[in-house]
Design a protein around this ligand. Structure first.
Ligand code: FE2
Ligand code: FE2
Length: 206
């Protein structure tokens, strides 16, 4: 912060000349600090929310791609939560946390979402009820995300090493995204399931 104040006291022209001879300021690399588990999951939520909003305004040709992206994002997101995040919290929570009930409800909500996701993957934007399904999926997700933010994430911050867990989630997410991008774009339920058995949650406070 102090460095910035010093720099800004120079005349504009001098600053520009000086900066042109230096290496670029490394603002971007600072911004790319690894996200903790909560930041990563919240950033997924924000991305999907923006995609649902885009869909509302989209014309027919863009809708298919948008829905594919929404479904892929949601499949990967729910997968990393179910494989890593929820089990980690379930193990680390104390009895008084009521995490079991919270996570059971969250898993049921995931299942409802997955049902609609597979219907959307099997259909196309011209189909009857397609837009309605996208809308209802968006509503399910908004409701679910609200509960994660309100109940699950604060508990996770208390009970888990969210930094270590963030690294684990990020690694798994990259792996799943790459697998989907390399050919199983949509409908890769079975594949994701089989990949899902390979990682065990371990980032707990002991
Ligand atoms: Fe979730
Ligand atoms: Fe989530």
């Amino acid at each position: 912060m102090t460095a910035k104040t010093k720099t800004s006291s120079k005349p504009r022209s001098t600053r520009r000349a000086a900066s042109s001879t230096r290496r670029p300021v490394r603002a971007i690399s600072h911004r790319r600090a690894p996200m903790d588990a909560i930041q990563l999951l919240k950033s997924d939520h924000a991305k999907v929310d923006a995609l649902f909003k885009q869909y509302e305004k989209a014309r027919a040709p863009q809708k298919e791609k948008l829905v594919q992206t929404i479904c892929q994002e949601l499949k990967v997101h729910t997968q990393i939560e179910e494989e890593i995040f929820y089990p980690a919290l379930r193990s680390a929570a104390t009895q008084r946390d009521d995490a079991g009930d919270l996570l059971d409800e969250a898993s049921v909500e995931h299942n409802s979402a997955k049902q609609l996701i597979s219907e959307l993957e099997a259909g196309s934007p011209g189909d009857e009820l397609f837009d309605a399904k996208v809308k209802v999926l968006g509503e399910y997700i908004r409701h679910h995300v609200k509960e994660e933010h309100r109940d699950i994430f604060p508990l996770a911050r208390k009970r888990l090493d969210v930094k270590a867990l963030g690294a684990q989630l990020a690694q798994r997410k990259t792996e799943l995204m790459e697998t989907m991008d390399s050919g199983v774009a949509i409908g890769g339920k079975g594949l994701l399931k089989s990949l899902g058995d390979r990682l065990s949650p371990s980032a707990l406070h002991h």
